[in-house]
Design a protein around this ligand. Structure first.
Ligand code: ZN
Length: 358
């Protein structure tokens, strides 16, 4: 698991690019649903605000809509302000809305739609919105602000904007594009699209991930699952890789804080099983470290001393650290760069554990 930095989306203007793309998708592609056809302009947004009001979610979004206001009376500016707050709701607000839906009649309403009526209409619309808007949005091409690249599919631009190269759920696979038509990145709906279509196009509900993790998670609705966008969780400390006696690598979850553990993430993405696959890489790496203990590296560094040809004086020394890095750099990675390298955390833990033995 790796943390995603939401600030990146803000700093490089991606939030605004994303917002514009979603608005375009809504205005171009949302005309096939009977609810939308029977409602006044701007139809889609008004229906969404109606839903947010029904389940008490407007206050989470800090929307400027007084209680008991008739949504039909809201002007366009107010409606779009609410829509913007929803699309760009951060991880904390998404979680608050999710928890609020759990305490309302939402689940019951959603699963009890046999009778035609206003509820049926609202859920019919939401499901249409969730699938349709997301599918169009995923295929939308956008340009990044720096303008260096050609317009590209939105998921590709998301990973570029986050500087993400590996799946945040597993840190095993590279994610990235293989040409415009073959997306190497999938977007996982952290809160399932089929259960919570209202979050279908919320930027911080979309987690760029590898196909394996996206598939394995499916529509799981697990309260304990932690989003990679969650602030204040040190994924770095919560999961650790250790060598066990028979030379195998074991994933260990820190459960000291029962409120916030990554136990559920490890279980959902089958990370223990997934990392068993990497015993080969672990063994190779450990063998290499065993072959070059620090004592040998110091010895090599001593012999690599460069002397003046005439006087024999030492004119340059090769630092031990430089040799160490030369040997292990390809494996080594600072926590801030985990997002760029598969197995980064795995190798870093093994490195420190092994060097700790010396
Ligand atoms: Zn993955």
């Amino acid at each position: 698991m790796i943390t995603l930095n939401a600030e990146k989306y803000r700093e490089n203007g991606f939030e605004q690019i994303y917002l514009k793309a979603v608005y375009e998708v809504l205005s171009e592609n949302m005309k096939g649903n009977k609810t939308i056809q029977s409602t006044k302009e701007p139809k889609v947004v008004r229906e969404i605000v109606r839903f947010l009001q029904k389940y008490g979610l407007l206050s989470v979004l800090e929307a400027d809509v007084p209680a008991h206001t008739d949504v039909d009376d809201l002007d366009e500016e107010t409606l779009f302000a609410v829509m913007k707050a929803l699309i760009l709701a951060d991880e904390k607000k998404l979680r608050e809305m999710y928890e609020r839906l759990e305490t309302t009649s939402y689940e019951e309403d959603r699963t009890n739609l046999t009778k035609p009526g206003p509820l049926h209409e609202i859920f019919d619309f939401l499901n249409y919105f969730g699938d349709n808007a997301y599918e169009h949005m995923r295929k939308k091409e956008v340009s990044l602000l720096n303008g260096e690249d050609e317009p590209d599919k939105l998921p590709n631009q998301m990973v570029k904007s986050l500087e993400l190269r590996t799946c945040p759920y597993c840190n095993r696979a590279f994610i990235g594009t293989v040409g415009k038509e073959n997306l190497g990145v999938q977007l996982d709906h952290f809160y399932s699209k089929s259960i919570y279509p209202i979050f279908a196009v919320c930027l911080y509900n979309l987690i760029p991930s590898c196909s394996h993790c996206n598939r394995i998670k499916t529509n799981r609705d697990d309260k304990e699952l932690v989003s990679p966008f969650r602030k204040g969780v040190s994924f770095e400390k919560k999961i650790k890789f250790e060598l066990v006696d028979d030379g195998k690598v074991q994933l260990v979850v820190d459960e000291s804080d029962s409120e916030l553990t990554l136990k559920s993430n490890v279980r959902t993405f089958k990370l223990k099983e997934a990392y068993n696959f990497h015993n080969i890489e672990g063994k190779r790496f450990v063998d290499k470290m065993r072959a070059y203990p620090p004592s040998l590296i110091r010895e090599i560094a001593r012999h690599m001393t460069v002397r003046d040809e005439i006087t024999g004086d030492v004119i340059e020394k090769v630092p031990v650290e430089a040799l160490e890095m030369g040997l292990f750099q390809e494996y080594f990675c600072e926590p801030a760069d985990y997002i760029k390298k598969p197995l980064a955390k795995f190798y870093r833990d093994l490195y420190y554990e092994y060097r700790g033995w010396e």
